[in-house]
Design a protein around this ligand. Structure first.
Ligand SMILES: Cc1cc2nc3c(=O)[nH]c(=O)nc-3n(C[C@H](O)[C@H](O)[C@H](O)COP(=O)(O)O)c2cc1C
Length: 274
């Protein structure tokens, strides 16, 4: 099967697919009834589906993506700018969670939305670990504390600005300043040799945070956890990541205990206009 097939009866030769293909693998020749593929298109294509999604006539089909498998855009679901601003501004980092676990199908939906985040060359390199078992999360968080104890002893100048001594003291007092007693933790990881993987993982986790918020869940980036997952071999081993794979970000998630009633202010944007 060809990479792209175009139905000559439906094609209006409007050139939209030609203009929108990010790697310009379609060209409109004066003598051809439809756009045609450039030589070597199979190797160039990034499988983003834009050609299928942008054609207003449903004329174009990609080997991996047919118009029928791509849901239509629904203008009635498009949010207004003030809704988008309100949604983005009202998201909060949540640090007090209910004990109740979030069902796996709800968390699966969070990841299912996050996988639509952009990635360089549409490489979609992000992989996920969901620590659903809260006892397991507690055990792993204990390893973060072990790392902090090691850091305070061996690298005090690095431990100090991250307040690791206070985190350890909190943990020893029965608190959890690392994962905030969240019931679950989402980890985005990927191949450390893939130059796209880190950025894509962080963007996908940001999507996950917003998706979780839209579903009534609370989330918070787990920076301490991810630092330990990056630098502390016992935690890396406990996470059982495949060879050459590393954690790029971690996020607590659960049902929020409290509601927020105001939108806090932030610094003015620092913009250089040229
Ligand atoms: C990369 C990153 C790491 C973070 N790590 C932690 C963390 O370990 N613990 C925590 O309580 N909050 C963490 N946060 C949350 C920030 O403190 C929070 O985003 C900031 O205070 C702004 O609050 P808001 O998210 O509610 O707007 C982290 C945020 C980011 C982006």
């Amino acid at each position: 099967m060809d990479l792209i097939t175009i139905d000559a009866e439906k094609c209006k030769r409007d050139g939209i697919c030609v203009a929108e293909c990010p790697v310009r693998l379609l060209v409109l020749k004066p003598d051809a009834p439809t756009p045609v593929l450039v030589p070597g298109a199979d190797e160039i294509c990034i499988h983003c589906g834009h050609c299928v999604a942008v054609c207003p006539h449903g004329a174009l089909s990609h080997r991996d993506m047919q118009p029928e498998s791509c849901p239509p855009v629904r203008p009635e679901l498009t949010i207004r700018p003030e809704q988008a601003e309100y949604f983005l501004r009202s998201r909060r980092s949540i640090r007090t969670y209910k004990k109740a676990p979030v069902p796996k199908d709800v968390l699966s939906k969070v990841i299912d939305i996050a996988r639509f985040a952009p990635s360089g060359h549409n490489s979609q390199p992000v992989k996920w670990i969901m620590i659903h078992d809260s006892a397991e999360l507690h055990r792993l968080t204990g390893m973060v504390i072990d790392w902090m104890r090691y850091m305070c002893k061996e690298h005090p100048t690095m431990a100090q600005p991250l307040h690791m001594d206070a985190v350890i003291a909190g943990w020893e007092a029965g608190l959890d300043p690392v994962c905030r007693k969240a019931p679950h933790l989402i980890i985005a990881y990927g191949d450390k040799t893939n130059p796209m993987a880190q950025t894509a993982s962080i963007i996908a986790l940001a999507y996950a945070e917003l998706a979780a918020f839209s579903m009534g869940l609370g989330a918070c980036w787990a920076g301490y956890f991810n630092a330990a997952a990056t630098f502390w071999p016992p935690l890396q081993q406990a996470l059982k990541l495949p060879e050459n794979h590393v954690s790029f970000g971690a996020m607590m998630v659960g049902y929020p205990q409290y509601a927020y009633h105001r939108l806090p202010s932030r610094k003015e944007a620092d913009i250089i206009w040229r």
